[in-house]
Design a protein around this ligand. Sequence first.
Ligand SMILES: Nc1ncnc2c1ncn2[C@@H]1O[C@H](COP(=O)(O)OP(=O)(O)OP(=O)(O)O)[C@@H](O)[C@H]1O
Length: 283
Amino acid sequence: MIPDAILNQLELPGATYEPVPGGDINRSYCLHTAHTTYFLKINRHHPHTRLFEKEAAGLRELAGAGMLRVPAPLKWGVAGPDQYLLLEWLHACAPVQHSWEALGLSLAKMHGKPQPFFGLAEDNYLALWPQDNTPADTWPEFYSNRRIIPLARSLTDAGKLNKADLANAGNFCKRLPELFPDEPPALVHGDLWNGNLLFLPDGSPALFDPAVYYGHREMDIGMTSLFGGFDTGFYKAYHQSYPLQPGWEQRLPYTQLYPLLLHAWLFGGHYIRDVRNILASFS
Ligand SMILES: Nc1ncnc2c1ncn2[C@@H]1O[C@H](COP(=O)(O)OP(=O)(O)OP(=O)(O)O)[C@@H](O)[C@H]1O
């Protein structure tokens, strides 16, 4: 049920709704009024009350780049123990022949637009994790100090990783300048697994649920193959438009360490083993 306090703030008289399955973290609904359909996301009891304000800002950043379709953020706020985000409803359809190629091409074009630094003008969230986006001059500095070490430390403090794991994370970070080839900062979606995209009735792709920043573009590529994977047409079109530097496939685990640390922090379980497996080669 959508709490009355949220319905009152939405000011959509006569709206009907039904739940939307799919998300692990928030409750989602499809809302109908006489003329329009909306997507509503609700998070309960999270201490950070700006989750959805930041998600809306991320969607605007992606829309501003002009390459990828995202749902328009319409309204967000806090109502009692809940925070909510109202988005344009996107009607999902099965991909057509060129859908995945279109996604690869659009992402390559977005990544190809140079950005001024690694980071972002404001902090935001990856799922529920507060992402520190304080700018850094180099990718190794950003990836180490804003991404890997804070999560590895938090997991160690919580007893989910041990001191040796944390030391290995430090070793990994020291080796970043040799592990990653230089790339200019690129706007990344930041959580580009295949649960965060859909295809519209005309076959074109749309992305949602971002955790944007200006980062190494291989972060998005690594995420595409972490859970489920993308169609080969996506990679072909991406490479044709903006070829990845040699060795990118071997670097995927290094880009995936960040989302795996996040999943270890959120869910524990086998994600801790996955993180340890990557870190073990840096002992
Ligand atoms: N604007 C939209 N229009 C229609 N359906 C949407 C829209 N945004 C998301 N969805 C659908 O709702 C599901 C949940 O959305 P979303 O991934 O944003 O929720 P979440 O709880 O933040 O997810 P996660 O657990 O990945 O963090 C998606 O898998 C997708 O099928």
